[in-house]
Design a protein around this ligand. Structure first.
Ligand SMILES: [Zn+2]
Length: 257
């Protein structure tokens, strides 16, 4: 058993997710950046919303919370470290804790870097990882509140999860990320094939989530700072993984693709 996941595209390129525990029917929404489309879908499905699960304090992930609480009575869970910058939390979570959604359970993984308090949630029974703005498909979040070493440590934690783990991230940035990955490793066959697949999905207006940890390990340059081809490309053969990661992140920040 475990959870089922429904994708809710919000705002320009955000993804929220409706997560349902198959056994109890309990429902959570992850990162509602606006209320309207979430509420409409919840009502279509019968009106049940037990929890609002937040990964970090950015407005495009939390702006729908107040209206959803008022309309459904859902409780709110999110990072204890960012409680002062979040809507009021009924449950404040930290690294290593377990969040219960009905009979399903999510392990809480602290991933500082994009923001200081950013959390990811792993529903282990079904292998569903909600990683918001830490790990994107073929990319990663910007470093707003952490240095390269901090973010690399966070991404390394996610990279060590089982390869079949499904990656549900916070934005549809994959096409731009694929162009950057091709700039970094133009000759990598796995990256080229994945870029073609992403182009096809987006030309059909389909989401590129979920990816998997295994696919990301093979095709996401931000999980591969040890890759000799990436190090050659950046002229950083002797650098540490965190240094190569930092150089990749800076190159992406300035990339016009
Ligand atoms: Zn963010």
């Amino acid at each position: 058993m475990g959870v089922t996941v429904e994708i809710l595209p919000l705002l320009t390129d955000n993804y929220a997710y409706l997560v349902t525990d198959a056994e109890s029917g309990a429902v959570a929404v992850v990162d509602p950046g606006e209320a309207g489309p979430v509420l409409a879908r919840v009502r279509e499905r019968g009106g049940r919303l037990d929890w609002i699960l937040l990964t970090h304090h950015h407005g495009d992930h939390v702006a729908g919370v107040g209206e959803l609480v008022a309309a459904t009575g859902a409780r709110v869970a999110g990072p204890a470290a960012d409680a002062r910058r979040l809507p009021p939390l009924d449950r404040a979570l930290a690294e290593g804790e377990v969040f219960e959604l009905g009979r399903a359970a999510a392990r809480v993984i602290a991933t500082p870097g994009h923001t200081a308090g950013h959390l990811c949630y792993l529903f282990e029974a079904s292998g569903d990882l909600f990683c918001a703005d830490t790990l994107f498909v073929m990319g990663c979040g910007r470093l707003f509140e952490g240095d390269a070493a901090t973010m690399w440590a966070s991404l390394s934690k996610l990279s060590r999860l089982p390869p079949e783990t499904k990656v549900w991230c916070g934005h549809e940035y994959t096409l731009a990320n694929a162009r950057f990955a091709l700039w970094v490793t133009p000759d990598d066959p796995a990256v080229r094939e994945r870029a073609r697949e992403v182009e096809r999905l987006r030309s059909e207006e389909r989401p590129t989530v979920p990816s998997t940890i295994g696919v990301e390990r093979a095709t996401n340059p931000f999980l591969r700072p040890f890759d000799p081809a990436i190090r050659r490309r950046l002229g950083l053969e002797g650098a540490s993984d965190a240094e190569v990661f930092g150089a990749l992140r800076r190159a992406k920040d300035g990339f016009k693709g």
